[in-house]
Design a protein around this ligand. Structure first.
Ligand code: PBG
Length: 334
């Protein structure tokens, strides 16, 4: 005999909401400091802290300042940090990114010395390091600002190995080159880093929400845009599934969807299609800055909105969230 469908007044869902203790009991999505990864921007110098106007509370930091942030992140129990390098000199190939004396390598060493147990991830891409601001080597033969996919792969592998040599615990390729995960995996393995995992920005969209980040990383393309390699927001969500599948086949250990908020459907689809695969989402700069701006005007309650956003991202299926609020959340939850 099947259970009769008892509607109102036998069923009252408000009963689950009346008592705060019951509300807490049935709350399935929980936030913990260890879920969050804090993005940090490394620049050359000593004692340098250059505020990023469009991202209040965030700054470009010299390696010694990165060390202090890493210590704080460890104390707060964060899941880790992810480093982005902003070199003194940019060139056509983004050579600072694969130099063992490069800026991000200095940042990694400083962070690991200050907080050896804190997970240190590095963004592996070229846009912060190239003078043209694109995510790879340019192919000028086509007459448009085109990134040469296959020529970029070799340099990505070189960059990843250099980050690992400096002490990076995990590598996060974000350039959306076809074959990037496989190339990096082979590069890491050959350099003796078979144990270093790859978290791939597998489904990364060409998004206007990256605006403030490009100020922070000084990585706005000099000409053209990133639509030739990042995904189209209007593409079928199944394309994201294909991207994730390919990255897993190439050896990705964790996959990421980016941005997060406008792509919660993609997060949920990827979660459902790949149960058991660790899934991350990037709560990007624009998602942070728009709340900061509204909060500064008294239009939104920053803490409440940020916690609601992060809860939604986790509820959609991302267990790991990269967010500029990472330190704040840890304090809010304490
Ligand atoms: C590329 C990269 C970008 C972000 C992370 N890695 C920018 C881009 O693709 O233009 C954006 C992050 C954010 O907006 O917070 N290296």
């Amino acid at each position: 005999m099947s259970t009769p469908n008892l509607g109102f007044p036998t069923t009252r869902l408000r009963r689950l909401r009346y008592n705060p203790a019951v509300r807490r009991l049935v709350r399935e999505t929980q936030l913990a400091p260890g879920d969050f990864i804090l993005p940090l921007f490394v620049r050359p110098g000593k004692g340098e802290r250059r505020e990023i106007a469009s991202m209040p509370g965030h700054a470009q930091l010299s390696p010694d300042m990165i060390a202090a942030e890493a210590e704080e992140a460890a104390k707060l129990g964060l899941g880790g940090i992810i480093l982005f390098g902003i070199p003194e000199h940019k060139d056509a190939l983004g050579s600072d990114s694969y130099s063992d004396d490069g800026i991000v390598q200095h940042g990694i060493r400083a962070a690991k010395a200050a907080a050896p147990d804190l997970l240190c991830v590095t963004d592996v891409c070229f846009c912060e390091y190239t003078d043209h601001g694109h995510c790879g080597v340019l192919d000028r033969s086509t007459g448009r600002m085109d990134v040469n996919n296959d020529a970029t792969l070799e340099l990505l592998a070189k960059q990843a190995a250099s980050h690992a040599r400096a002490g990076a615990d995990m590598i996060a390729p974000s350039g959306m080159m076809d074959g990037m995960v496989g190339a990096i995996r082979r590069g890491l393995d050959a350099a003796g880093f078979a144990h270093v995992p790859i978290v791939s920005y597998a489904a990364k969209y060409a998004s206007a929400f990256y605006g403030p980040f490009r100020d922070a990383a000084e990585s706005t393309p000099q000409a053209g845009d990133r639509r030739g390699y990042q995904m189209d927001a209007a593409a079928a969500a199944e394309q994201a599934i294909r991207e994730v599948q390919l990255d897993l086949d190439e050896g990705a250990d964790i996959v990421m969807v980016k941005p997060a908020l406008a792509y919660l459907d993609v997060i949920a689809r990827v979660r459902a299609a790949f149960p058991g695969v660790p899934l991350a989402a990037y709560n990007v700069s624009g998602e942070y800055s728009m709340v900061k701006a509204a909060a500064a005007r008294g239009w939104l309650d920053e803490r409440a909105v940020a916690l609601e956003m992060l809860t939604a991202i986790k509820r959609a299926g991302a267990g790991i969230v990269l967010t500029y609020w990472a330190k704040d959340v840890a304090r809010w939850l304490a």
